[in-house]
Every structure is written in C-alpha cells, then in structure tokens.
Design a protein around this ligand. Structure first.
Ligand code: RIB
Ligand code: CA
Length: 310
C-alpha cells in the first residue's frame, strides 16, 4: 500500500504530542517532516517538544524545522493554562539527540511540497503562521500541496471567545491568507473535535500500558483533567489527532462542502471562521470541507492502540 506523505505543522502542546505519536504509528502515512510554530507555547518550546516527542516515538529521523515565533500581525498569546510553561503540561521527557535543523519551516515545507509533486498532505494543528508565510514567500506552493487538513476554527462556537477557536484566534491574519489561497482545506473545527474525546475508560487503558508514551500522556494532561471537571466535559478532547487520523481514515469522519473565511476586523467576532454551511447565501469560492462528526469509538480506539505499541 502506497503511504500518504504527510507534514505536520505544530505548536507542540499536550494534544499536539498525542497527534505526533499517533502519526508515528499510522501505517497508512509517512511522516515527511514537522515544523514548529508559536501558539500553545513559544516556538522554541514547540520546536524542542516536537523533536523530543518524535525521539520518544522512535522517529528521530523525522526532521523538525523551526518556524514563526509570533503571529503575522497581533502579539503572541500562549496557553499555559492548558499546556503549562513548557508546552507539555510540565511533563519531562528525554531530550532528542537528533541533528538540529536550521532551515526555516516555510522553506522546508516548500521543498517537501515540490519533492512530492502535489501529493503532500499538510496537517497544521496550531496557528497558521508558517503556512501563510510559505504561501507568501513561495506562491506556487498552492499548486503543490494536495490539501491542508487543519485543526482550527468552528462553524459554531469557540474556545477563546464565543466566536473563535484558539488556533485561528491566535493568528487570524495568517488564517485569512490561507483560506483565501485556494489550497483545498479540510477544516476540523471544534464542531467535530469536541466529539473526538477520550473518556475515563480510554484514559485508564492508556495509563495501564505504563510505557514512556503513556507516562507522557498522563503527566501532561493534568491541566486538561482539571478543566474537564470544571467544564463537565465528557472526556479529554484530542483536537489535533482529528486531521491526522482523518488522513489515514477519512471514512471515520463526516464533512460538508462549504466556503470558509476568517473575520479579522470584528471586535466580538475577531478570529471567527465564517462559513456558508448553514446560510442561503453561498460564497463564490467554496473550496473547503467543514467536518462535523466522527466515529468516536474508532477514533479513540486508534489512539489507545497507538499507546499500546510503545
Ligand atoms: O483549540 C484547540 C487547538 O488549540 C489545539 O490545536 C490545541 O493544541 C491548541 O493549539
Ligand atoms: Ca495544537
């Protein structure tokens, strides 16, 4: 079976780490490269965390490239309240001894997109700053990336404001440029990622494996556990694993064709992903899919099976 070439752009927080570990074990995909972007935590933390998580996964040959240290226009606002001061909820894992890459994310991504001649699937799971810079610096990249499977936004709702989700809200100008670029976007917003959760039994199963990966999961998720109790969530949402698992198992998700653009001028709506999914008015350019449902049993079992293998 021909593996799908995949690139992950990440602000390597707690759920990003799960997505990287899942990607490292999915037999349907080949992880071509990873790039770090500021978001949940600093770019420096995201860069180090991605390297270290890949080394823990036995994949230190997968190169990690440094990216943007701040959004295109607004200031950086990180999310220590969820991801802790080091991005992994304070969890400590061994440092990778892989060679440190100095090439910038947007240049490395462009080279990979050229090499894979239109077949590269890119999974941005943090703010879209690196992707926007890659498009601005290398405009022909829009013809070389097969699709962007993006964790971000929400057709309805938000988790930073009532209208905006963290990745988009963190750099709405980058997100606006990416949505207008014409690259096909499969959007995994909160509509579906809030259904993509691990419940108590799932978490107990992961803990029971008692290996370095499961220890990282347990040690890094404590802030999310606390939030969950307060917000009465059904479980711990694995937002960033949605685009990654979709790439290998698209039939586990249900999406709808629509146009999606980003609000960058509003006060109350700043950072909102505005779609025509539920409106009579339809955008002229509707090159997106908004994913709204997932088979949670298959999704959560895939994550559990990932942790069993370490
Ligand atoms: O809103 C959820 C998203 O914000 C996830 O990517 C999480 O890692 C944070 O970056
Ligand atoms: Ca993320």
């Amino acid at each position: 079976m021909k593996k799908i070439p995949v690139w992950i752009d990440t602000d390597t927080g707690v759920d990003d780490a799960v997505a990287l570990l899942v990607a490292s074990k999915l037999e349907e995909i080949e992880l071509i490269g990873v790039s770090a972007v500021a978001g949940n935590t600093s770019q420096e933390n995201a860069f180090r965390n991605a390297r270290d998580v890949l080394a823990l996964a036995g994949k230190k040959e997968v190169k990690v490239y440094p990216g943007a240290k701040k959004p295109l226009v607004i200031d950086l606002h990180t999310a220590e309240y969820v991801h802790g001061s080091n991005g992994l909820g304070g969890a400590q894992i061994p440092l990778s001894d892989a060679p440190v890459q100095e090439k910038k994310a947007w240049d490395a991504l462009y080279e990979a997109a050229k090499e894979y001649e239109g077949q590269l699937v890119v999974c941005p799971v943090g703010p879209l700053t690196n992707i926007a810079i890659a498009i601005a610096k290398h405009p022909d990249i829009v013809h070389m990336i097969k699709e962007l499977n993006v964790m971000g936004g929400a057709i309805i709702g938000g988790n930073v404001t009532p209208c905006a989700e963290f990745n988009i809200y963190s750099d709405p100008h980058a997100a606006e440029n990416v949505m207008k670029s014409g690259i096909r976007v499969n959007l995994f917003g909160l509509d579906v990622t809030h259904k993509a959760y691990l419940d108590d039994d799932d978490i107990d199963a992961i803990a029971s494996f008692d290996n370095p990966a499961s220890k990282l999961f347990i040690d890094s998720n404590h802030l999310l556990y606390e939030s969950r109790a307060k917000l009465h969530w059904k479980g711990v949402c694995e937002h960033d694993s949605c685009p990654v698992i979709y790439t290998a198992h698209p039939d586990w998700f249900k999406g709808h064709k629509c146009g999606i653009y980003v609000e960058t001028q509003g006060k109350i709506t700043f950072g909102k992903t505005v779609s025509d999914l539920y409106t009579d008015f339809k955008f002229e350019d509707r090159h997106c899919m908004a994913f709204m449902d997932v088979d949670r049993e298959l999704f959560s079992q895939k994550i559990i099976d990932t942790y069993r293998q370490f």
